[in-house]
Design a protein around this ligand. Structure first.
Ligand code: IVH
Length: 668
């Protein structure tokens, strides 16, 4: 194909794919098969690779079709994302109002009241009316760039309307990504059928869906968004928060229809009660209402303390409770052999979610609360997530209730149960206990550890019961035909799982150490060990004095590590991992590129070196140097007599550093 033809074909393909994207993702009514779609996408990708052009950035290949990311890039919020102070009662709310009136010196404060959505906060940037980038909240200063994933949310406008009101040149807008309750349940049912672990609640499902490295997965999840505020804005001015909400709606953003003006605190309290009553019937989860001072001048005057603005308050609903009956108390065996009593209850709806199980933590807890089998109990969802048994209603007892006692033999393997001195937990001491092994493998594969997607509780149990795996290393020896022989395993899911397992063969060392499930070694400790020892072998060989000499490694952790690596079974496991081709990557291997992902722009002249040298210093450390300041710039280095790039950096809120800071960054 000659260039001219290729250019035409590229334009044609882009248009077609954009159309089919809308049919599939927004209208839920695809016209072509996945295979046909994939072929169009592949053609376009190939042509774009041969004939790159200026519109590449907005091509559908960069939208959902793009290859999965290795990890998210950091995103510095132009304006920090703050959190909210909490109130748990009407007294707290009245006190908040009294404090503000005192500080402001006024008799009455005008508020805006909004439902407090239970999803995850995001920050979106629109440049000249076009959605350009978006990120999660992260630590409030730096979040994760999830632009590609956000683009798949149908409700999120990619282009702003300007009919009712011209849009600003630069807009930072804040909102909450969430999943409605019904689609959430449907998603979980589908996951159950496919043998994947269900999400605990809509918020986790929303967060897990938005934080997918492969935007194609996000696109299939029923995500939604409401916008509730602005950050940095250039090219529009507002006097009140209400005006901001109106402008957002005019520009085409979804704004929660339940937002309301509350001209005084009495109206705010009434709103809190009203929304509380509405809560069970809303299609999405909320955990309170937010009151915000309406006048922006007053907001500025009040300012913020310790990362929360003084002008806003999250009024939380009390925990939702319900009454039900405990049918049984069963005992579950965890990864370290810990036995956990779990109450099995008559299913009951607590705040819109059906609850039938609740952890009772340990024997002492059961005895302290005096919960018996057959008891009528009060259950609640604390923080509206994990259900717990609050208390038994003793006056409902009939005398037929049965007190609970820990079994003396493991319910899974029949081995002895011990309770070590000073510990609340009972444990099964049999290292070969099937329940422990299954849990151990699950932990190994979990997020934060080896992160093997698709290896949930069900498939782990299936593989274990079929004797295909008896330790985590066995995962790497699995063959497709073995998996296909299992119940309900189709070719596609088998291939996906085996790919995910294969991809996990070069984990960061700290993730691998954590994945081993060594007692007392959590993610933080694993990080310390990985950084100090650099390689697995060094850690295996470390003795007690070396380990205890490390900062933050106490005698308990050190002892646990030494015991772990001295154990014959574990030594064999390490050898088996090596045979499987598992190669944990030491932190040193990434240290060669300390500036990986960072983009620099220079303005003005540097004293100690020329631009070329500065550029090569950055590039040698994995960073890039750009010629102009955009939202993608990580740092602007200002030398003497800086130019207009400095102003641009300031307006975009991009960190500006001095030559001295720059030298420190590159280790000079
Ligand atoms: S305003 C400075 N409004 O609650 C004000 N937040 O702890 C910052 N949230 O992370 C937030 N609904 O994700 C605001 N209508 C609403 C909200 C809301 C939910 C979340 C938000 C934030 C958290 C605050």
């Amino acid at each position: 194909m000659d260039q001219e033809k290729a250019v035409r074909r590229i334009a044609e393909l882009r248009k077609m794919i954009a159309y089919h994207n809308a049919r599939y993702y927004q209208q839920d009514a695809p016209e072509i098969s996945d295979a046909e779609y994939d072929r169009l996408m592949k053609d376009l990708q190939e042509l774009e690779a041969l004939y790159p052009d200026d519109d590449l950035a907005s091509s559908p290949t960069q939208r959902v079709g793009a290859a999965p990311l290795a990890k998210f890039s950091p995103f510095s919020h132009p304006q920090p994302m703050l959190s909210l102070a909490n109130a748990f009662s009407s007294e707290d709310i009245l006190e908040f109002d009294a404090r503000l009136r005192r500080l402001a010196g006024t008799g009455v404060i005008d508020y805006v009241a909004e439902p407090k959505l239970d999803g995850l906060a995001v920050n979106l940037i629109y440049e000249n009316g076009l959605f350009s980038r978006g990120a999660t909240r992260g630590d409030g200063t730096t979040g994760e760039d999830v632009t590609q994933n956000l683009r798949t949310i149908g409700a999120l406008p990619l282009k702003l309307h300007s009919a009712a009101r011209p849009f600003p040149e630069f807009l930072e807008v804040r909102g909450e990504v969430y999943m409605e309750k019904k689609p959430f349940e449907k998603l979980n049912r589908r996951r159950a059928i496919q043998g994947e672990d269900p999400f605990a609640n809509p918020r986790n499902a929303a967060a897990g869906s938005l934080r997918q490295l492969d935007a194609k997965i996000t696109a299939r999840r029923p995500l939604n968004i409401f916008l509730y505020g602005a950050g940095l804005v250039r090219g529009a001015a507002f006097a009140t928060h209400w005006e901001i909400l109106e402008a957002l709606a005019a520009w085409g953003f979804p704004v929660n229809p339940l937002v309301r003006r509350a001209p005084d605190i009495a109206a705010g309290l009434a709103y809190f009660t009203e929304i509380g009553a509405l809560r069970p019937s809303l299609p999405y989860d909320i955990d309170g209402v937010v009151l915000k001072v309406n006048a922006l001048t007053l907001q500025d005057l009040l300012g913020s303390v310790s990362r929360s603005p003084r002008w806003a308050l999250a009024c939380k609903f009390p925990a939702q409770q319900a009454v039900t009956v405990v049918c049984d108390i069963i005992v579950q065996v965890g990864r370290t052999g810990t036995l956990t009593p779990v109450a099995v209850m008559e299913p009951v709806t607590v705040g819109g979610v059906v609850v039938s199980r609740a952890t009772l933590h340990n024997e002492d807890e059961v005895l302290k609360k005096d919960i018996r089998i057959g008891d009528t109990v009060v259950v609640q969802r604390a923080g509206d997530v994990i259900p717990e048994v609050v208390r038994a209603l003793a006056d409902k007892r009939t005398g037929r209730e049965k007190a609970f006692s820990m079994p003396v033999h493991c319910p899974e393997c029949g081995s002895d149960i011990v309770r070590r001195e000073g510990e609340a937990a009972h444990r099964c001491v049999n290292l070969a206990c099937p329940a422990q092994i299954k849990e151990h493998i699950r932990h190994f594969a979990s997020r934060g550890a080896m992160d093997i997607e698709g290896l949930g509780e069900k498939i782990t149990a299936q593989l274990f019961d079929a004797k295909l795996i008896s330790d985590p290393a066995d995962l790497y020896f699995l063959q497709p035909q073995q998996l296909l022989a299992l119940d309900r395993q189709a070719e596609k899911s088998v291939r996906k799982l085996l790919d995910a397992i294969a991809r996990s063969k070069t984990p960061p060392l700290d993730k691998f150490i954590y994945a081993l499930g060594i007692r007392h070694v959590g993610e933080r400790t694993a990080g310390i060990l990985a950084r100090h020892f650099g390689g697995l072998q060094n850690l295996i060989e470390a003795d007690l004095p070396t380990l205890t000499a490390l900062d933050e490694i106490g005698p308990e952790i050190a002892q646990s590590l030494v015991e772990f690596f001295a154990e014959d079974h574990n030594r064999k496991l390490m050898a088996k991992f090596a045979r499987a081709g598992l190669a944990p990557q030491s932190p040193a291997q990434t240290d060669g590129a300390p500036l990986a992902g960072a983009a620099f722009v220079f303005t003005g002249s540097l004293e100690s070196m020329g631009r070329t040298e500065a550029k090569s210093l950055v590039e040698a450390r994995g960073g890039t140097v750009l010629s102009s300041v955009t939202g993608k710039t990580s740092y602007v280095v200002a030398g003497s007599e800086p130019g207009s790039k400095l102003d641009k950096a300031r307006t975009l809120g991009i960190p500006v550093i001095s030559e001295a800071d720059f030298l420190k960054l590159v280790g000079r």
